[in-house]
Design a protein around this ligand. Sequence first.
Ligand code: NDP
Length: 449
Amino acid sequence: MVDIVQVIKDRDPNEREFHQAVGEVMESVAPVIEQHPEYRRARIIERIVEPDRVIMFRVPWVDDKGDVQVNRGFRVEMNNAIGPYKGGLRFHPSVNLSILKFLGFEQVFKNALTTLPMGGGKGGSDFDPKGKSDNEVMRFCQSFMAELFRYIGPNTDVPAGDIGVGAREIGYLFGMYKKLTNEFTGVLTGKSVNWGGSLMRPEATGYGSVYFAAEMLNSRNQTLEGKVCLVSGSGNVAQFTTEKLIELGAKVVTLSDSSGSIYDEEGIDREKLEFVKILKNIRRGRIGEYVDIYPNAVYTAITPEMEYNPLWDHRADCAFPSATQNEINGKDAQNLVNNGVALISEGANMPTAPEGVDIFMDNGILYGPGKAANAGGVSVSGLEMTQNSMRLSWTREEVDNRLQMIMRSIHKTCTEAAEQYGKPGNYVAGANIAGFIKVVNAMLDHGVV
Ligand code: NDP
């Protein structure tokens, strides 16, 4: 079998995150490829690691001082074997082609697990919305869409939000798309409910990650009630993960942002979470301000020189990494295990570095990888597309029921695929194998294209 990780390393040596994501999937699917010579004959592996298309463009905009700024925009249309490209847009200074190719690659398999007909893509910009005025964000979004609109459409490619892209940005992007095309259509998901959005979309990723955790615990006859939980991040996914955990009787003791983390031993209750939502979503402040209001909590700043993240070094039962990729290194993973954590449900994409994953596996942790555990967000995006096509809106209960059904189905699919290939209880193998088989079989059906 071709060593595809070496091939992509030789071809694009700087794409570290992409190599990591491909390496993890290839390790899981090696036994599948072994059993299917038709995959090898069709050079499926060589084809699946190459995006269908990469679009890169200049995004010029004028800041509030009247100065011209220039950012870089991207859309990676990774694979549309089972449906239109679908995946978020990320606005963050760290964004580059490697990160978007890794996210697009993960998205392909994640979307395949959801049971909905969606291909995989990802995009974004190195633009940093932090510290920008609403008008600056609007002008940036308009310039970004002035180029992107040529390549997307409700049956072609349907972007959504991700880090740095929330309801405000989706609104500005949609407004510009509508103006340029003169079409009111479901070209983006994560829209506001009064102009085509789905109820429960904001909650979906966080709630879904908790539903997945509940399914994993159920396999060991346990529930989330009374469990002490570590949550990282304080954005969309972290907020709604915390909300659902509180509702199910768990106690959340941490939150973070890229500057540091808070530890509140008494637990973050509904009132405290409401404060965090206003702080992050409306005031756009920093999580450190939590301790000004709740002085019994402790704030720890994080610096690049730290060998481990103090957030993962507290006594707990469960952890929900919900900030960004590679936020749990080997040392963090060991700290989690030493502190009694027995379940990890990844709200973020690839938050655990490979050495961390090995530690979780060696210690029999219930480990739900992002591609399964955080698939609730894209699932409800898929449901938003369905509602847009039908020109209907479902109730909150209806969407939530469907979300719960999908998360249960993903859990079952992962469990069965892992068992079938001799890796019982290994959700990483299960998710990769099940997603991979669905996509590559569709690719085979379509011929060499
Ligand atoms: P938000 O922008 O709402 O929040 C991101 C959070 O993570 C913020 O608290 C942010 O802190 C923190 N963060 C971002 N970058 C870093 C970094 N380099 N180091 C430390 N902390 C960081 O994004 P989301 O909540 O939407 O996304 C969080 C994760 O979930 C991402 O991995 C995303 O890909 C994944 N995801 C999101 C989905 C969704 O529906 N939104 C769907 C599936 C996965 P700060 O404010 O300092 O930047």
